[in-house]
Design a protein around this ligand. Structure first.
Ligand code: GDP
Length: 297
């Protein structure tokens, strides 16, 4: 594996935050992800063709860039974590104002706390006459989530995924939280990132959506990802555009894999194809041994 120059402070640059939306079923996670994507597509081509690649970037009114994981739900979050890919910087906890705190709300709070990821509460469905945002705030207290409106330090924003009310405020709240976190990466080193989705595409072969976490991934780079390896043949962004390189916190589809990796696998750029093949084969063999041992036990 390439020896990296240490990421000394002068090499570090601010990077966009990576956000996961969590909450109880039907509280509006998917609707919120769709609404956010529509309000502010990066580079401003409103109504531009976007495709689902598992993550997307938006630009807030004040110019901050935010990367959203486009797969709501807790399974993705925990499986990524268990595979060692701690990609999420901020959790947006969605709570429907007409339903308040429910079992999966509590589960999401526990996941965020266990991962030590800061939370922002989006009180959704505030357009509904039956909405009771203050009930949400009070019930959250019982789970040690003290929102700003209750003199705590967790930001809370009233929103409606349907009318769009509060969405800009929510995005600015996320940008503010990100500033506090002082997220940095070194765009000048060899890339590493996490697979957030992967499939075998009929026309294109194995395709993985990778969230670059450090460094810059470029066309032609040789990499290992889990038990697979490859050489970047093409990079495609969340607007279906072919791009030459992807820097920190950029989600990108990677073509040129020799096999299909799994969500949560870590991608590392290496120097030669020989190295890449060797590492991938070693990992395959190790995984096989492990399965055999588990089967024998
Ligand atoms: P998820 O299961 O958390 O992803 O929830 P969905 O996004 O699928 O939303 C569940 C239902 O709530 C759908 O019928 C949405 O149309 C509705 N919904 C979501 N957000 C809002 C909102 O802000 N206001 C209203 N009135 N309905 C909403």
């Amino acid at each position: 594996v390439i020896t990296q120059t240490d990421d000394i402070p002068e090499n570090l640059h601010p990077r966009p935050p990576i956000i996961t939306i969590m909450g109880h079923v039907d509280h509006g996670k998917t609707s919120l992800l769709d609404a956010i994507r529509k309000t502010s597509v990066v580079s401003g081509e409103a109504g531009g063709i976007t495709q689902h690649i598992g993550a997307y970037q938006v630009k807030t009114e004040s110019g901050a860039i935010l990367s959203f994981l486009d797969t709501p739900g807790h399974a993705a979050f925990t499986s990524m974590r268990s595979r060692g890919a701690n990609v999420t910087d901020i959790v947006v906890l969605v709570v429907a104002a007409d339903d308040s705190v429910m079992p999966q709300t509590i589960e999401a709070i526990n996941h965020a706390k266990a991962a030590k990821v800061p939370m922002i509460v989006a009180i959704n469905k505030c357009d509904k006459p039956s909405a009771e945002p203050n009930k949400v705030r009070t019930e959250l207290l019982q789970h040690e989530v003290v929102v700003e409106a209750m003199s705590g330090d967790v930001q809370d924003v009233e929103v409606s995924a349907i009318t769009g009310e509060g969405l800009d405020t929510l995005l600015e709240a996320i940008a503010l939280q990100a500033e506090i976190l002082e997220l940095h990466a070194n765009p000048d080193r060899a890339a590493m990132g996490a697979v957030i989705e992967a499939q075998l595409d009929v026309g294109r072969g194995p395709v993985a959506t990778v969230l670059v976490q450090n460094g810059t991934l470029r066309q032609g780079d040789i990499f290992v990802v889990g038990e697979q390896w490859g050489k970047v043949r093409a990079l495609i962004n969340d607007k279906s555009e072919r791009i030459k390189e992807a820097g920190p916190s950029v989600p990108v589809e990677v073509l040129g894999l020799n096999g299909t990796p799994e969500a949560g696998d870590v991608l590392n750029v290496v120097e030669t194809e020989g190295q890449a093949r060797e590492i991938a084969e070693y990992r395959k063999a190790a995984a096989k041994d492990k399965r055999a041992a588990a089967g024998a036990a």
